[in-house]
Design a protein around this ligand. Structure first.
Ligand code: FAD
Ligand code: SF4
Ligand code: SF4
Length: 470
């Protein structure tokens, strides 16, 4: 039976059912249920099959959205999966965590009079069905190529490149300093946004397809970068950005003031069943504490929502701009509000003071001035308007800078930009060193999973072009 398309006039936009906040705060599970077969089909059928699909233009992977929506509306989900996977290595992951409001859905043309098509969740529904039905198989390259590529970093950029290159028949070895592959997909992003089994089943199937993973392998420590260069025909650096940005006042190393990623990694490890002493001894755990998170991006939202699930006594988000000028996804702010987080807008910390096992934060109010180049209003601290906030745990979520890769890899010839990211030729993705390529956050600065996948795919293509000439 065929399903009519262009149903946006008759059928309302629906997301899959979301669990109520009181229920979802009891665990770390994904907050949305999945679409069932009928719901997925109906939502896909809302697409008007535009001649110029702006959804596709604004998807970093240029996913062929109208085609897989049409196939889904016709219940041809196996074909829909093939189309979707041909441009995106991890569609179910992007379907869950892309900020669709800023990308595909925010540019869906029917959004102007009706609400957009639910692109992300249909994308996830298609791929989840493919997993359930066993349509996703390990790679089986048509021929083996006697050249090997070493990939440093197993986040989305490294994994996407690994898959694309293995498809062509190269020998792939992926090195990561953590004990599990996945990068921020496994240890940064909380389970309630992206369930860890979804990352693990992807890395498992890549292993079955012949990709070799070396975990607990820190390049520059376990072995030198030079060792890897001699071992492989080409190298991809996909190490992400991890150096936490600091506040602009001295913090005197107070107990109870921690960087966001330490907090999130600990929580994710605990969720994965690991023995995590820093969690169990209370150091990186918000249970029964008054928690203050400083920052207004997606990482800050992940921290506040993790803290409230760990049964914090109170959770406050301190942010120097207002709601309208937040850098993160509005959807995540909305979820945090639903979950009872208190937002203290237009507020900055100016000093931390340790008092009887707590930390007192001096907080100043902020006035917003002119807009900066990104369109967000510039904050100005009002030092005559201050108050004190009492906290047991302060989590700093102010963003990330790149580590010094040339120093870490003892490779001073690797050039960096003024921001410390690796400098590449954007046509070839090659760094200043021949045969050494780079992709993902270490090139762009802190960005998004979908851009890391795009970069990983582009780097794979460039590495292939380079190796066929060698
Ligand atoms: P990463 O995912 O950071 O992976 C890099 C890997 O390199 C890591 O596993 C690291 O261990 C390894 N590595 C580093 N140095 C070495 C070394 N010397 N030797 C060996 N291995 C090394 N994006 C979204 O699209 N949606 C979201 O909802 C979202 N939420 C986020 C939440 C948080 C808390 C954070 C921090 C980021 C979030 N992002 C989100 C951004 C997204 O996770 C990143 O843009 C993306 O993961 C970058 O991919 P990558 O492959 O470049 O690097
Ligand atoms: Fe939208 Fe992200 Fe999927 Fe592209 S990858 S269609 S931006 S959800
Ligand atoms: Fe369909 Fe919206 Fe894309 Fe048009 S812009 S093709 S309606 S999803």
């Amino acid at each position: 039976m065929t399903t009519k398309l262009l149903q946006f006039v008759n059928i309302k936009k629906e997301m899959p059912k979301k669990r109520g906040s009181s229920l979802r705060l009891k665990d770390f599970n994904e907050i949305y249920n999945d679409f069932n077969k009928l719901e997925g089909k109906k939502q896909a059928g809302r697409c008007s099959q535009c001649g110029i699909p702006f959804c596709q233009v604004h998807c970093p992977l240029q996913n062929n959205i109208p085609d897989w929506l049409k196939l889904a509306a016709e219940n041809r989900l196996e074909e829909a999966y093939e189309v979707s996977h041909s441009t995106n290595n991890f569609p179910e992951i992007c379907g869950s965590i892309c900020p669709q409001d800023r990308l595909c859905e925010g540019n869906c043309v029917i959004e102007k009079g009706f609400e957009s098509v639910t692109i992300g969740r249909v994308e996830k529904h298609i791929t989840d069905t493919a997993w359930k039905k066993g349509w996703i198989k390990p790679l089986n390259p048509p021929k083996e190529i006697d050249k090997s590529i070493g990939i440093i970093g197993s986040g989305p950029a490294g994994l996407a490149a690994a898959e694309e290159l293995r498809k062509k028949g190269y020998k792939i070895e992926v090195y990561d300093r953590y004990d599990r592959p996945g990068g921020l997909l496994i240890y940064g992003i909380p389970n309630f946004k992206l369930e860890k089994y979804a990352v693990e089943r992807r890395t498992q199937i890549l292993k079955k397809g012949g990709i070799v993973f070396h975990n607990n392998f820190e390049v520059g420590n376990t072995k030198s970068f030079d060792f890897l260069r001699k071992k492989h025909n080409a190298i991809l650096i996909a190490t992400g950005v991890y150096k936490a940005r600091e506040l602009d006042f001295s913090e005197e190393n107070l107990t109870g003031v921690v960087p966001a990623l330490d907090f999130l990694i600990t929580s994710n490890k605990k969720g994965l069943g690991d023995n995590v002493p820093e969690f169990d001894n209370g150091e990186l755990n918000s249970t029964d504490k008054n928690v203050v998170v400083i920052g207004g991006g997606d990482t800050a939202m992940d921290c506040v929502r993790t803290a409230v699930r760990q049964n914090a006594k109170s959770v406050t988000c301190l942010y120097r701009r207002n709601r309208e000028n937040m850098p993160g996804s509005m959807r995540e702010v909305f979820h945090a509000e639903e979950e009872g987080i208190h937002f203290s807008w237009l507020s900055v910390p100016t000093k931390f003071r340790g008092v009887n096992g707590h930390v007192n934060i001096d907080v100043a109010k902020v006035a917003l001035g002119e807009s900066d180049a990104s369109g967000r209003m510039i904050p100005k601290t009002l030092l005559n308007k201050t108050h004190t906030l009492k906290a047991d745990l302060i989590i700093k979520a102010l963003g990330f800078n790149p580590e010094n890769i040339p120093k870490m890899f003892d490779e001073p010839k690797l050039k960096v930009t003024n921001w410390g990211t690796l400098k590449i030729d954007h046509n070839t993705m090659m760094t200043s060193e021949p045969g050494v390529f780079a992709a993902g956050d270490i090139v762009r600065g802190a960005s998004l999973v979908v851009w890391a996948i795009k970069d990983g795919r582009d780097a794979a293509e460039s590495i292939h072009k380079y190796l066929i000439k060698c």
